[in-house]
Design a protein around this ligand. Structure first.
Ligand SMILES: Nc1ncnc2c1ncn2[C@@H]1O[C@H](COP(=O)(O)OP(=O)(O)OP(=O)(O)O)[C@@H](O)[C@H]1O
Length: 256
């Protein structure tokens, strides 16, 4: 049974592998994020926590170079993500699970992942080895040859996760990895994240507090586009040891 209080021991060696420097995004007069600055060191599992609409996905898209910031910059493994050549170099090192990521509906998980693996220059026995690994780790065996359009939301989410893991990246940026999963699947994905965290650096967005307690070393809390907390899970829980109250306290009155 899952021990919801068991957290991995932080294994950071100090090198920053995810860096957000003043990332801001404006849609006309609307401020989606403002001056979001943080860094994640090698080996950390960090939760990017915040209420709906706080700016988690927007920040992750800017971090990974999928969305141009209005101001600021991001670096992954030292590569400046706002420069195309650097972004291409970094893409081998990052696995990104976007929120509602695009999947090719007419393909099966097998054909989609094989295709994406080839696009990442995997072939032959190495490709097969990675396909076998993600199929098992993401529990896709029963739907491996079924059209993606016929899969439930939870299975589509797992295909997205398999895609993020396929090239064995050192950095994983996962936007709500347990969204749409049933409790058994949530348990499996959390176990997978903990295992991946033994050798990789992870930033995962969520608004589920139990997720933070279950898998993360550290919390970044964003509210109305601004970072309002950066610290350990126990620091956030405070003297009352109540994450939920602190979440409300830290996000309740913050307006951009
Ligand atoms: N293209 C856009 N044009 C205008 N506003 C946008 C656009 N994309 C996002 N926003 C707004 O920016 C804010 C931040 O959105 P974002 O999706 O980053 O939040 P989130 O924290 O990921 O939320 P959730 O937990 O609900 O997924 C929201 O108010 C959203 O409506």
């Amino acid at each position: 049974m899952e021990n919801s209080t068991a957290k991995p021991v932080a294994k950071t060696n100090g090198a920053a592998v995810i860096e957000s420097r003043g990332l801001s995004k404006y849609y006309g007069p609307f401020i989606a994020t403002e001056d979001v600055t943080f860094s994640v060191s090698q080996g950390e599992i960090v939760a990017f926590l915040g209420p709906n609409g706080a700016g988690k996905s927007t920040t992750m898209k800017m971090l990974t170079g999928f969305l141009a910031p209005s101001k600021g910059e991001s670096r992954i493994a030292g590569h400046l993500m706002q420069e195309q050549e650097e972004r291409i170099l970094a893409s081998q090192k990052i696995g990104y699970l976007p929120e509602n990521g695009p999947l090719y509906n007419e393909m099966t998980p097998a054909s989609f992942l094989k295709y994406m693996g080839s696009a990442r220059n995997l072939s032959g026995s190495k490709l097969q080895e990675r396909l076998d690994y993600v199929c098992e780790q993401c529990s896709l065996n029963t739907v491996w040859n079924k059209a993606i359009s016929k899969l439930s939301r939870g299975y589509r989410q797992r295909v997205g996760m398999a895609h993020a893991l396929l090239h064995d990246p050192e950095v994983l940026i996962l936007d709500e990895p347990t969204s749409g999963l049933d409790p058994n699947q949530v348990h499996e994905v959390r176990t997978l994240i903990r295992n991946l965290g033994k050798s990789k650096t992870l930033l995962l967005s969520t608004h589920i507090l139990s997720e933070v307690e279950a898998v993360c070393d550290r919390v970044l809390l964003i509210s109305s586009g601004r970072l309002v907390f950066d610290g350990s899970v126990s620091e956030m829980a405070g003297t009352e040891n109540n994450l939920e109250d602190r979440f409300r306290e830290l996000t309740g009155n913050c307006k951009v």
